[in-house]
Design a protein around this ligand. Structure first.
Ligand SMILES: Cc1cc2nc3c(=O)[nH]c(=O)nc-3n(C[C@H](O)[C@H](O)[C@H](O)COP(=O)(O)OP(=O)(O)OC[C@H]3O[C@@H](n4cnc5c(N)ncnc54)[C@H](O)[C@@H]3O)c2cc1C
Length: 418
């Protein structure tokens, strides 16, 4: 192994591997350094092992209206890019409800194809070692002055003409994510501005004891705070709060509300049932099955543990008695049940879970320093940043991986071009 390269890529995740593919296609000599034993370690866990790489729907909202990704979306169609990029490395995608996965439904096939597409004659891998220090090589020679010295935890040192920072964020430390202290040190040494990494796409702890609902999955409409943010999908209850893709996606908004003390999440578990339909169902069942309990009636719409939980809450609110039956409800009680279920079932977030439960990080390298057409720093020629290391967060649905692949591809295509 050499110790002088054209390009050194720090991090062998999706973004670093995409960058390496382009570097090797362009005949650049390249070294990828990664602290994990094997490259693409996090990729294996994505999409529950199936690797959801892209999506049919792209708009500003899927990246939380980030001006930087707005520019990216103007210059590229990330769905088409990802389909073609994957096709070119021999991975064919299949679409399920707008979400795209490899046809194998195995994340491992994506990792393998990414690695196989890298020309090993040009690209070296240094695994199981962490980059601890980056320094400009100090010299009087103008050309050599643009070289960087990289120092690793195994005491090895390398030099390069350009660096691609692809060290990801700090989510899922058990999968070998970046150590924030090390990343901050590297960024500080290069004079790069950043926002601290915080857990994103993460479950939420609530003040209410929902442990009786632990494990329950229910389709629901979530409304956050003052109704500005709503999303429909499957919610999962945990022993301490709520989880699931809709919750992950809304965690960013909840984080902001937590500081104001106004964090509340309204859960409507029957968004597709209108008031009229509910009342007419109740009337019809009261006529043909008058002895049916309210619990069983609600269980016709939702998980039985959730029906029981809501019934307890409604009993506390003196709306009805637990033992009530579908027939003979006092006047307007059916309306009040509907209104409670659709409008008054709330939980109050008190905390987001940590990096160990998060699928991505928010924060990272501030994007105003980066050219979105190349991923190179405006005022640091030869330094590029890609993927989750930078302050870009996508919702669940393949948006983080497609951004990681696209930004890596851009950096690999432009590094040392001028
Ligand atoms: C459980 C889980 C499921 C997910 N599922 C999906 C999904 O289905 N679809 C989707 O779009 N997104 C998904 N994501 C998010 C997605 O995986 C990431 O956004 C994406 O992998 C980021 O790629 P990256 O290359 O930027 O960073 P990473 O994949 O994190 O790679 C960075 C690499 O750099 C290494 N590194 C860090 N610091 C150093 C250092 N100082 N020296 C050497 N090496 C270093 C790390 O060890 C790591 O291997 C999921 C995330 C998780 C945790």
């Amino acid at each position: 192994m050499k110790n002088v390269y054209d390009v050194i890529i720090i991090g062998a995740g999706a973004s670093g591997l995409a960058a390496a593919i382009e570097c090797s296609r362009r005949q650049l000599t390249c070294l990828i350094i990664d602290k994990n034993k094997k490259p693409g370690n996090k990729l294996y866990a994505t999409g529950n092992g199936r690797c959801n790489v892209t999506n049919d729907q792209y708009d500003s909202g899927v990246y939380y209206n980030n001006p930087f990704t707005d520019q990216i979306l103007q210059q590229a169609d990330l769905r088409d890019f990802t389909i073609h990029f994957m096709h070119d490395i021999g991975i064919h995608l299949t679409e399920k409800k707008g979400y795209y996965y490899p046809m194998s439904m195995q994340a491992s096939s994506v990792v393998w194809a990414l690695l196989d597409a890298i020309d090993k004659n040009r690209v070296d891998f240094e695994q199981n070692t962490e980059v601890l220090q980056i320094e400009p090589s100090v010299t009087d020679n103008r050309e050599a002055a643009s070289h960087y010295l990289i120092q690793c935890s195994d005491h090895k040192e390398y030099q390069c003409r350009a660096i691609i920072l692809s060290m990801g964020g700090c989510s899922a430390p058990e999968l070998g994510a970046a150590d924030p202290a090390v990343s901050y040190r590297l960024l500080d040494s290069l004079g790069i501005h950043y926002q601290p990494y915080t857990p994103a796409l993460v479950p939420i702890k609530t003040s209410e004891d929902v442990s009786a609902l632990n494990g329950v999955r229910q389709h629901a409409l979530l409304t956050i705070g003052d109704s500005a943010y709503t999303e429909e999908g499957e919610i999962q209850f945990t022993d301490q709060g709520i989880s699931g893709i809709v919750v992950f996606n809304q965690a960013e908004f909840i984080r902001n509300l937590l500081t104001s003390g106004k964090a509340v999440v309204k859960i409507n578990p029957i968004p597709e049932i209108t008031r009229d339909a509910f009342l007419s169902d109740q009337q019809a069942l009261a006529n043909c099955l008058p002895n049916r309990s309210i619990l069983a009636f609600l269980n016709g719409y939702m998980n039985d543990k959730l029906a029981r939980y809501l019934l307890d809450r409604m009993e506390e609110a003196q709306i009805l008695d637990h033992s009530a039956q579908i027939a003979g409800l006092p006047e307007h009680t059916a309306e009040r049940i509907y209104d409670y279920i659709t409008n008054s079932f709330c939980v109050h977030p008190i905390e987001l879970y940590g990096f160990d439960k998060s699928q991505a990080s928010s924060g990272g390298i501030c994007t105003d320093q980066i050219n979105p057409e190349t991923m190179e720093f405006h005022d640091k020629p030869g330094i590029f940043a890609v993927g989750e290391a930078i302050d870009v967060l996508g919702k669940c649905g393949g948006y983080n991986l497609s951004f990681a692949l696209y930004s890596g591809h851009l950096a690999g295509s432009h590094v040392l071009l001028r």
